[in-house]
Design a protein around this ligand. Structure first.
Ligand code: NAD
Length: 270
C-alpha cells in the first residue's frame, strides 16, 4: 500500500474518473474524503470503497461555491490533522466557437475549470506548508495541450488550468509541495453523454473515437486512476509542474474537431 496514512480530498468523486481515482487511493491505504455536488453519488463511491475494505467519507461540495471549498478544507484539516493529497477533478465542458459561446458559458467554464482549482489550492497550501509536504493534482485535459475547432471556452480554461498548475508548482516547490496536472483524452464516462447524443448514439461516438485516437479506443476510468495514483504518490516524487497526457496518442495527431458544430445548448455539463 503506497498511500498508507495519507488523507486525500477528491472533488467530483461521485462518478467517472474521480470515483475510480478515489477507489485506487483507498485501495492503496489513503483515507479519502469523497466530495461531489451530488451527495448521493459521493455516498455510492464511499460504499464501493468500504465494500473493498477501504476508508472514506462522503461530503457534499459544489466547487462553484468558494466558501464551501474553504470550509470543507478547513474541516478536513481539523478532523484529520493533515491533508496530504488534493485532487481538484471537477470540470465542465461548454462547447462552441467564439460566435456560439455566450459570455455566461465562458464564465462558467472559467469558474469551474480554473477559479475553483485556484480557491482550493489557495486553501490547502498553508496546511501543506506547515506539514512540509503535500501533493495537488488538478484535472485539466488533453484539450489543454492542443487546439480544437469550436471549443473556445473549454480549451481556454483547460490550458489556463495547466499554466496555473505550473506557476503554483514553481512557487511552492521549496516547501515540499508538488503540483501537477492530469490531462486525459477520451475516457468512457457520463461526461461525454451530451456529445454522444449529439452524434446520434454510442456507435457513432465509438466510430468517431476510432478515427481521432491513434490507439482507436476510449480509456477506461480505471486506466486513468492508475495515472492518478502515480501522480499523487511518491512514485512521482521528483515530478512537479508537469501536465501528464494520457490520451491514447490523440494529441500526437494534433487534436480533433470533436466539438465541431456543437451549439452551446448541447454543451456537455457535468
Ligand atoms: N471523460 C472524459 O472524456 C474527460 C476527458 C478529459 C478531461 N476530463 C475531465 O474530467 C473531469 C470530469 O470528468 P469525468 O469523466 O470524471 O465526469 P463524470 O461525468 O463521470 O463525473 C462528473 C462528476 O462531477 C460532479 N460535478 C459536476 N459539477 C460539479 C461541481 N460544480 N462541483 C462538484 N462536483 C461536480 C458530478 O456530480 C459528477 O459526479 C472534468 O474536469 C473533465 O474536464 C474528462
Amino acid at each position: 500500500m503506497i498511500l498508507r496514512g495519507k488523507t486525500a480530498i477528491v472533488t467530483a468523486a461521485g462518478s467517472g474518473i474521480g470515483r475510480a481515482g478515489s477507489l485506487v487511493m483507498a485501495r492503496e491505504g489513503a483515507f479519502v474524503v469523497v466530495t461531489d455536488r451530488n451527495l448521493e453519488a459521493a455516498e455510492e463511491t464511499v460504499q464501493l470503497i468500504t465494500q473493498a475494505s477501504g476508508r472514506a467519507e462522503a461530503r457534499r461540495l459544489d466547487v462553484s461555491d468558494d466558501a464551501a471549498i474553504n470550509s470543507l478544507i478547513e474541516s478536513v484539516a481539523s478532523a484529520h490533522d493533515r491533508i496530504d493529497i488534493l485532487h481538484n477533478h471537477a470540470g465542465v465542458q461548454v462547447a462552441g466557437s467564439i460566435e456560439q459561446v455566450g459570455s455566461e458559458g465562458f464564465d462558467r467554464s472559467w469558474a469551474i475549470n480554473v477559479h475553483a482549482q485556484f480557491v482550493a489550492c489557495k486553501a490547502v497550501i498553508p496546511i501543506m506548508k506547515r506539514q512540509k509536504s503535500g501533493v495537488i493534482l488538478n484535472t485539466a485535459s488533453n484539450s489543454g495541450v492542443f487546439l480544437d475547432r469550436e471549443m473556445t471556452a473549454y480549451i481556454t480554461s483547460k490550458a489556463a488550468s495547466i499554466t496555473m498548475t505550473r506557476q503554483i508548482a514553481l512557487d511552492v516547490a521549496s516547501y515540499g509541495i508538488r503540483v501537477n496536472a492530469l490531462c486525459p483524452g477520451w475516457v468512457d464516462t457520463p461526461f461525454n453523454d451530451p456529445y454522444t447524443r449529439q452524434l446520434g448514439g454510442r456507435a457513432a461516438l465509438e466510430h468517431s473515437i476510432k478515427n481521432v485516437v491513434p490507439m482507436g479506443r476510449f480509456a477506461t476510468p480505471e486506466e486513468i486512476a492508475e495515472v492518478i495514483l502515480f501522480m499523487v504518490s511518491d512514485r512521482s516524487s521528483y515530478m512537479t509542474g508537469h501536465a501528464l497526457v494520457a490520451d491514447g496518442g490523440e494529441s500526437l495527431a494534433g487534436g480533433t474537431n470533436a466539438g465541431s458544430a456543437l451549439p452551446e445548448e448541447a454543451a456537455a455539463l457535468v
